[in-house]
Design a protein around this ligand. Structure first.
Ligand SMILES: NC(=O)c1ccc[n+]([C@@H]2O[C@H](COP(=O)([O-])OP(=O)(O)OC[C@H]3O[C@@H](n4cnc5c(N)ncnc54)[C@H](OP(=O)(O)O)[C@@H]3O)[C@@H](O)[C@H]2O)c1
Length: 259
């Protein structure tokens, strides 16, 4: 039996995480699947088995510090881990003071604390071995400033900044590190009550990508510190650096809300 390197994917129960797990299985990896919905993870593990990949299911809520610590400890005791994709995440809408602050803090734990904890646990063995890949799924939102999603934008900006710094620390030791920054992606992300009154059709079709496209773009360019899938999103990424564009965007949003 040939050797299959081990890859851990958080948020593997749907969307980008599930697509990434399938891609890695196709690429010859065994998988370690993490999320809260165990039934989904077991169904995916069955699918991966048909691709010849063994999959371990680990049901964890990464907004709970005790689960985060337990998962970090398991990673430390698994020196063979070759790939870490920290993809779990979600959005909370609403202006500061109006959005549910308990949900905001859970989101910050999954985006910020989990990024620190899981990479800190995975890096030492990868650095020692001189080989490995880390992908942190941030968002193009981390490059933007937007009222109505202050905590989401800020926690995604943290992921980009942290991951890029980590890349400078370990890439010269053979470990590739990438901040993956998708734009609008067709997944379950927008299916929550948070987005019930949000119209997907308000976003031009050329800005949407699929989870599979996102995973493929990321893995193909895994040695790149930042990956923004889709030409439309790359355009937004560069325009976001122009202050006038942010100003116009905000004016447009306020006018739409009648403010
Ligand atoms: N879709 C987009 O437009 C878009 C754009 C830019 C960036 N992103 C980012 O892409 C990543 C993946 O999102 P997606 O679009 O694939 O959405 P999705 O289909 O809703 O998937 C989110 C995944 O995160 C997991 N998750 C959420 N909270 C968790 C928690 N507390 N503990 C463990 N796992 C948790 C979910 O699993 P369980 O519910 O089973 O726990 C699910 O597997 C996120 O980080 C998101 O911010 C998405």
């Amino acid at each position: 039996m040939s050797y299959r390197p081990l890859a851990l994917v958080t948020g593997a129960s749907s969307g980008i995480g599930a697509a990434y797990a399938k891609l890695l299985a196709h690429e010859g990896h065994d998988l370690w699947l993490v999320a809260r919905r165990g039934d989904r993870l077991h169904a995916l593990a069955g699918e991966l088995a048909s691709l010849g990949a063994a999959a371990r299911v680990d049901v964890r809520d990464l907004s709970h510090p005790e689960d985060l610590i337990a998962l970090s400890d398991s990673i430390r005791s698994e020196p063979g881990l070759e790939v870490l994709v920290h993809n779990a995440g979600f959005g909370v809408r609403g202006e500061v003071g109006e959005a549910d602050s308990v949900k905001l803090l859970s989101m910050a734990t999954v985006h910020v604390d989990a990024t620190i904890a899981l990479t800190s646990a995975a890096v030492p063995a990868m650095r020692e071995r001189g080989r490995g890949a880390i992908v942190v799924v941030a968002s193009i939102a981390g490059r933007l400033v937007g009222s109505g999603s202050a905590t989401y934008c800020a926690t995604k900006a943290f992921q980009i900044s942290y991951t890029r710094s980590l890349a400078r620390e370990v890439s010269w030791k053979g470990v590739s590190v990438q901040a993956l920054c998708p734009g609008y992606t067709r997944t379950e992300f927008h299916d929550t009550p948070e987005y019930a009154h949000w119209n997907r059709d308000s976003v031009p079709r050329w800005l949407w990508t699929t989870a599979q496209e996102v995973a493929e773009a990321s893995w193909k360019r895994r040695k790149r510190e930042v990956c923004v899938p889709g030409w439309g999103n790359r355009l937004v990424w560069w325009l976001a650096a122009v202050p006038m564009i942010s100003w116009f965007r905000e004016q447009f949003r306020r006018r739409k809300q009648g403010r």
